[in-house]
Design a protein around this ligand. Sequence first.
Ligand code: IMJ
Length: 256
Amino acid sequence: MSDLLKNKNIVIMGVRNKWSIAWAIAAAAHREGASLVLTYLGEREKKDVEALAEELGGADTCQLDVSSDTDIDNFFESVKRKYGAIHGLVHAIAYARAEDLQGRFVDTSREGFALAMDISVYSLAAVSRRAAEAMVEGGSIVTLTYMGSEKVMPGYNVMGLAKAALEAGVRYLAEDLGPSGIRVNAISAGAVKTLSAKGIKDFSSILKYTRQKAPLRKNVEQEEIGDAAVFLLSEMSKAITGEVLHVDCGVNIIGV
Ligand code: IMJ
């Protein structure tokens, strides 16, 4: 494979370290010739993401907290000024309070629920609206979801509702932006060891279950998610929108 994303300017949100799925997507997009802008949350993440961007031949980096409308406005204004058109957007951002990712969903507080929905769901609409203005040559938006939206997974709790809403959001955004030549899809990634999965009880049993029961008898690797994202960002998928593509070695199709 080569040059599937040549001459495309792509924004990637959610790189934190080299285990991040967003990082694997960035590396795959770079390999395919894309020009990249990586966003990071705040000062704490700045150095790490700048170092990673160096590994991609000096990709651009920019601070962006998706809970701030001003941040989002400023970010897309600067991207438009520098690049003119953008062609791709990867949204790999989610957050719920740690206390809401253990115990019972029924105990979720109103504040914890609203926070998870704001950062993990509303942010996709917020960034897509501004990105669409810069996607003057058409574009592709890709977000990440998880099977916890479809089935009860231990501890996933409020994030399961957030991902269900995110997937519905993908469909509504696909309808809104389709007439502008912008496609919107989600990758439902199998469980991978990232910072977002750190400290999660039962995580290793989910990995073990997948190894034993998934049709492909293995866990998905970050690079495989990167390749699927390249497909969705590229012209290879130009008739696909509003879709949730499972990239999970098939584990989601298994009943028991
Ligand atoms: C997260 C929680 C419970 C079970 C989980 C996960 N499984 C997997 C994840 C089985 C694979 C990771 N995942 C798919 C997520 O969407 C994680 C989101 C997340 C993780 C954290 C951890 C640290 C924190 N807040 C978080 N918010 C969202 O404080």
